[in-house]
Design a protein around this ligand. Structure first.
Ligand SMILES: [Zn+2]
Length: 402
């Protein structure tokens, strides 16, 4: 497989300082204050060091300067639910460079919900542990065009014992793949293993809804509630959603993450969003694609979810962007996703798509249009300029000092 030339090991932070000036709209990722009154941002060694007006910030001594030309700066988008396998290749749809394509859709961080598409995936306990540790290591050592892929998410199987979770945690595994995709499908059994995982600091996600592909099974609300995983994975189904009353019950009967995915039922997605809103618990809503999946690789999946939920779910666009940034970062304990001093300097620069009927970017998203990506930045390093996948942005940012 040909790796993109700019793929790198993690820990490669931008040496020196980056300034981004002339930001027209700064989205924070924080539901409490989604829009910041700032036009300039500084980063040093890959971390945000200052947010303010140009007069507040020492732009002159910055090593690199991006002129945003009045476009919008948003934290890099986080896809809470992907199924990577190896490098930037997916066997599910025989595609290369799907992660790089997602970066062109503004996604700078991905969370694995299990490397389930690995051909010949081992289901014995030694094998599944070995594969999870291998995936964790591989993606820790390899970032397609800088994208941070948190992988190594074992699919739990019957017969696992507490020491298996301890072993995994000690080996660096921090996530469980979707509970329910393996042989553990009963609520009591899942509950026991999720609790062991939690005890050792491993976060869990449960498959919710009907079977994804031949060989997987139904996980209904009783199993989800009993298992008590940290994230109600694809509450809108992946693909097939639970009945409406079960979705409402899941939102109201527990306090776990409400994950909505592109590869699910859109009507159910809107029901989950509306229910979370009525409960005044929008901070629980996070977004994923579930790609690569039967419905394909979805490079613009997160932007499409933001536009869909905003336009049909009557959520202001700046709030919908929080579902794909700060909400996920907080729930997943990531150091990105929010525009705050000390956070990772991972950004996407966006503008209203050319010829959108919206009067500005937020209005255009509320009308259901996708914005255009003009630049992505990870760890303070510009990674892509005009997106090859989104509709063209009206105005593009520019590197004025490289
Ligand atoms: Zn699933």
């Amino acid at each position: 497989m040909a790796a993109p030339a700019s793929s790198e090991k993690p820990g490669t932070l931008a040496p020196g300082t980056l300034a981004i000036v002339n930001v027209g709209l700064m989205l924070s990722g924080d539901l409490g204050k989604p829009i910041l009154g700032a036009d300039t941002l500084l980063a040093k060694d890959g971390r945000i060091t200052a947010i303010g007006t140009r007069a507040d910030c020492d732009v002159d001594s910055a090593d690199k300067v991006v002129d945003a030309k009045g476009v919008t700066l948003c934290p890099g988008l986080i896809d809470s639910h992907v199924h990577p396998v190896a490098g930037d290749w997916t066997p599910r749809q025989s595609q290369l460079n799907w992660i790089d394509s997602s970066l062109h859709g503004g996604v700078t961080t991905m969370i694995s919900a299990g490397e389930v598409h690995m051909p010949g995936r081992p289901k014995d306990i030694v094998g599944l542990k070995a594969m999870a540790i291998t995936a964790q290591r591989c993606f820790a050592n390899f970032r397609p065009n800088g994208v941070k892929v948190h992988a190594g998410a074992p699919v739990i199987e019957q017969g696992m014992e507490e020491h298996d979770f301890k072993d995994l945690a000690e080996a660096g595994v921090t996530l469980l793949g979707e509970v329910g995709l393996g042989s553990v499908k009963a609520g009591d059994e899942a509950k026991k293993m999720v609790a062991w995982a939690r005890k050792y600091g491993i976060q869990s996600t449960i498959h919710t809804g009907g079977p994804s592909i031949p060989g997987s099974g139904l996980i209904d609300k009783d199993v989800v509630l009993e298992a008590d995983a940290d994230i109600i994975g694809h509450i809108n189904g992946g693909h097939t959603a639970l009945p409406d009353d079960q979705i409402v019950c899941l939102c109201s009967q527990c306090e776990r993450g409400i994950e909505i995915v592109h590869n699910g039922n859109e009507r159910s997605a809107l029901l989950a969003l509306r229910t979370a809103s009525e409960l005044k618990q929008l901070e629980r809503v996070i977004l994923g694609t579930d790609g690569p999946a039967g419905s394909g690789v979805q490079p613009l999946g997160i932007l499409r979810m933001v536009a869909m939920l905003s336009s049909l779910g009557d959520v202001p666009a700046e709030i919908a962007f929080c579902f794909a940034t700060g909400n996920t970062a907080r729930m997943r304990d990531l150091d990105c996703g929010l525009i705050e001093v000390g956070r990772s300097a991972d950004f996407v620069l966006l503008d209203k798509a050319q010829h959108s009927a919206g009067k500005d970017i937020l209005h255009s998203v509320q009308l259901g249009d996708l914005p255009g990506v003009g630049m992505t930045i990870i760890d303070g390093i510009p990674r892509t300029q005009r997106s090859r996948n989104t509709p063209p942005a009206t105005t593009l940012p520019e590197m004025v000092r490289a």
